[in-house]
Ligand binder design. Structure first.
Ligand SMILES: NC(=O)c1ccc[n+]([C@@H]2O[C@H](COP(=O)([O-])OP(=O)(O)OC[C@H]3O[C@@H](n4cnc5c(N)ncnc54)[C@H](O)[C@@H]3O)[C@@H](O)[C@H]2O)c1
Length: 309
């Protein structure tokens, strides 16, 4: 297939591109390099059937070739990155989604949207299954991301119903691994960098809030399972193994043999208290579940961060 990936030079998509390339697909990797880096995909670009297109999804997308499948993943993804680029984030999720859906309509391509666990906001139920509608602050400090992704889901559902497109939505939960940006404030890389430098590990709040972390290979295998399935629906993809932020910090200190101490800082606004995916639907209908243990994924990520420092 000829596949367009928006956000193609980012963390998750660079791994997605690796796997799709291995499967023999031709790729167009579109990115405006806001938070991504060509370094992530450099190793693919010497191949004839992989092209890079520097472009912002908020502008009309012109592609002369046929396109069979579109992944729309372009968006800043970490709270620091989307709060530094609030309008671009809002537009990537709204106008960017309309532009890519319009392209799918013209090219008669199938479509897969990257949504997020953040559409559940600060959830009142745990774990969150796909039929939970969420608890989102519509004008809070994260709303340019959460609400843009909620709009993106609405746009995807509307185009699918109105124009009979095959569309799929993946709600990705916290994913970590090699090629994450080191300075974008995501908790796994923050802690690893601090631990490797023997600096204090900063925990926001008392550290009792929980998260569940999926290694990028597991997340990408889930996304590809959805792509290859005949399901045109919404799926949670993430790891239901829930741990507290304190436990994550201690595990990273142990794995890095660090002397770092854990210190606490104020919790940012709208920081969710717990996050855990219910992946029953993906297990049953996509025959997918995560297999990488946290310690193994962290060890690979630590090695990679070490190589970058
Ligand atoms: N990593 C996670 O834990 C996670 C969780 C939930 C959802 N997601 C979603 O997965 C996708 C990829 O996230 P990631 O973690 O790889 O982040 P990332 O920042 O590494 O990748 C996003 C990519 O999109 C590009 N981009 C941003 N705005 C753009 C625009 N307007 N036009 C074109 N390109 C643009 C960036 O330059 C970057 O390469 C995002 O849509 C994100 O919302 C990720």
């Amino acid at each position: 297939m000829k596949i367009l990936i928006t956000g193609g030079a980012g963390f998750v998509c660079s791994h997605l591109a690796d796997k799709l390339y291995e499967k023999g697909h031709s790729l167009i990797l579109l990115d405006n390099l806001l938070t991504g880096n060509v370094k992530n995909i450099e190793h693919l670009l010497s191949n004839d059937n992989v092209d890079f297109m520097e472009h912002d999804v908020q502008n009309h997308i012109e592609i002369s070739d046929d396109v069979d499948f579109i992944f729309h993943f372009a968006s800043a993804a970490s709270p620091i990155a989307y709060q530094e680029n609030p309008v671009n984030t809002l537009k990537a999720g709204s106008i960017g989604t309309i532009n890519t859906l319009g392209l799918a309509k013209v090219k008669k391509a199938d479509y897969l949207l990257a949504s997020t666990s953040e559409i559940y906001g600060d959830p009142e139920v745990s774990p969150q299954s796909e039929d939970y509608w969420g608890n989102v602050n519509p004008n809070g400090e994260r709303s340019m991301y959460d609400e843009a992704k909620r709009f993106a889901e609405a746009a995807t559902a509307t185009y699918s119903r109105t124009y009979d497109l095959n569309t799929k939505v993946v709600r990705i939960f916290n994913t970590y691994g090699p090629r994450m940006q080191l300075n974008d404030g995501r908790v796994v890389t923050n802690f690893i960098v601090q631990a490797l430098k023997n600096e204090d590990i900063t925990i926001y709040g008392d550290g009792s809030q929980t998260r569940s972390f999926s290694f990028v290979d597991d997340t990408v295998n889930g996304i590809i399972a959805l792509m290859e399935s005949n399901q045109n629906d919404v799926f949670n993809i993430g790891n239901p193994n829930e741990i507290t932020v304190n436990e994550l910090a201690s595990t990273i200190v142990d794995l890095t043999n660090s002397n770092s101490k854990l210190i606490n800082k104020d919790l940012p606004q709208d920081d969710p208290k717990q996050r855990r995916p219910d992946i029953t639907k993906a297990k049953k209908l996509l025959n997918w579940e995560p297999v990488v243990k946290l310690e193994d994924g962290l060890t690979q990520t630590i090695d990679w961060v070490n190589s970058q420092l």
